[in-house]
Design a protein around this ligand. Structure first.
Ligand code: ZN
Length: 282
């Protein structure tokens, strides 16, 4: 999928580009792309979206001005944004989760996002609207954790493999453990990294509460218990990851922590080591 060229027609000419997966920091401002009442800002965001996902154009470097021309052409823009959705959603599915058995604490059950969603009878989260504009992430909003049924235990730990490394993309991390967003630790993180009433430094100009991508990145940095066995020290640790890793972890969080689960055998998984049944949620 990462090897498939993105093809579109611009000014009557068929063009071909190598897809590129931006990092979290490059794509920070891309979530909620269509959520703007300022046309000039929307045009800039769409040009940025096109520029980020096209690694070249017919083998030549893509200048920003040409990205603007592509973004201004409705058919070319639609083709590029649709290719981006397919690329990002396809990569997101390369991640995997392992749920630790709460009975023996040895056995783990491996599930993909699609398998986890199916177990929980939950819909998959679309990453974009119908025009191909990226939607805000789940973690861009604050969520209360649902109560869990007492009839069946839940997983004791949620380990994951990141899709970027699995797909062979350059990435500083391959996996980790996903905990929950603790409200007290989240408040501390806001105080530390984006205090209210203080302008962000130039090198982190989008580290503000108003930026949906940053809200999700900051909350995720609080929720992650570890990345490659290292503690996660703030949102900067997540910025070099390919953006598909953020999309994966955002949906994994939504499914495993926020989706209500019923205590039924159909919704449960079985430990391969001790045969205990448990719910594939935290
Ligand atoms: Zn077990």
């Amino acid at each position: 999928m990462i090897d498939e060229p993105i093809r579109f027609t611009l000014a009557g000419r068929l063009r071909s580009a190598r897809p590129r997966v931006p990092s979290v920091v490059q794509a920070m401002g891309s979530f909620g792309e269509s959520d703007t009442r300022r046309p000039e800002l929307l045009a800039r965001k769409l040009r940025h979206a096109v520029f980020l996902v096209l690694g070249d154009l017919d083998g030549e470097p893509l200048p920003l001005t040409l990205a603007g021309e592509i973004a201004a052409d409705p058919a070319a823009r639609a083709a590029v944004l649709a290719a981006r959705v397919a690329l990002f959603e396809g990569l997101r599915d390369r991640g995997a989760a392992w749920l630790l058995c709460p009975a023996c604490r040895r056995g783990e059950v491996e599930l993909s996002l699609a398998e986890l969603a199916s177990k929980l009878a939950a819909a998959r989260a679309p990453i974009a609207d119908r025009a191909g504009a990226l939607l805000p992430l789940c973690l861009s909003s604050e969520h209360e954790l649902p109560s869990r049924p007492v009839a069946l235990p839940t997983a004791a730990r949620l380990r994951f493999r990141l899709p970027g490394a699995a797909a062979g993309l350059a990435s500083p991390a391959a996996g980790g453990v996903l905990g929950r967003v603790d409200p007290r630790r989240e408040a501390q993180a806001w105080d530390t990294f984006a205090p209210i009433g203080v302008d962000p430094p130039d090198e982190h100009f989008d580290w503000t509460f108003e930026e949906p991508g940053f809200r999700a990145t900051l909350r995720l940095s609080v929720a992650l218990e570890s990345l490659d066995d290292q503690a996660v020290d703030g949102p900067a640790a997540l910025e070099p990851l390919p953006v598909c890793d953020l999309l994966f972890l955002d949906e994994l969080y939504r499914l495993a922590w926020l989706t209500p689960a019923r205590a039924t055998l159909a919704a449960s998984v079985e430990c391969g080591a001790c045969r205990a049944a448990f719910l594939p949620v935290r």
